[in-house]
Design a protein around this ligand. Structure first.
Ligand code: GRF
Length: 192
């Protein structure tokens, strides 16, 4: 029985594409669908090109948490992966997938996390605060923003000449390298 993944994305979807490519030839894993709140986001085009079903939803649909949880359950997901999803997941849906819903944040939480901290805002804060390092945090989703148990953190140096844009490039590189592997190790824990 293959492992089923559902992905959530609000923006460009480069992480969605990277994850899809990583598991493309792995018959143990099926990316069943991508869910998103923005029908004009780049991720929609990527899904079309990749042949992954995309389901758009608005705030009204997401607020029907019983209905939404039922739709998600129908895919029998082993893992629900937030790959750049900007809305807060309602508590009932978090609870429905307790321990099976993860998120990636483009900073070393608890630094630069929480409501409104996403994308370039995070990298601007890192540069503004003169942080020596930044990186990614992959964590379980709980009912607060960017607050669940940490699964993995990977860091990179913030050099003197770095700008928010160059920091973003370094962080994306970490995301592309480590996010798919973290997903794989969650789906197939190394037999200790
Ligand atoms: C990534 O930086 C990720 O860390 C954050 O949202 C961004 C998504 O980028 N959660 P993309 O849409 O995958 O290109």
């Amino acid at each position: 029985m293959p492992k089923n993944i559902l992905l959530f994305a609000s923006g460009s979807g480069s992480n969605v594409e990277n994850i899809a490519n990583y598991f493309q030839d792995d018959s143990r894993v099926v990316i069943r669908a991508v869910f998103g709140n923005n029908l004009s986001a780049g991720v929609v085009e990527r899904c079309k090109r990749l042949g992954i079903p995309f389901y758009g939803f608005n705030r009204a649909a997401l607020s029907d948490t019983t209905g939404m949880a039922g739709v998600l359950r129908s895919f029998e997901p082993d893992l629900v992966v937030l790959a750049g999803f900007l809305w807060k997941v309602p508590a009932e849906i978090v609870r429905a997938f307790e321990g099976r819903m993860i998120n990636i944040h483009p900073a070393l939480l608890p630094s630069h996390g929480g409501k409104g901290m996403y994308g370039m805002r995070v990298h601007e804060a890192v540069v503004r605060d003169g942080d020596a390092r930044t990186g990614i945090t992959i964590h379980y989703v709980n009912e607060a923003y960017d607050d669940g148990a940490v699964i993995l953190q990977e860091s990179v140096v913030v050099a003197k000449g770095d700008t928010p844009e160059t920091v973003a490039g370094k962080v994306h590189a970490l995301e592309y390298e480590f996010f798919p592997r973290a997903i794989e190790s969650l789906l197939f824990p190394a037999n200790g």
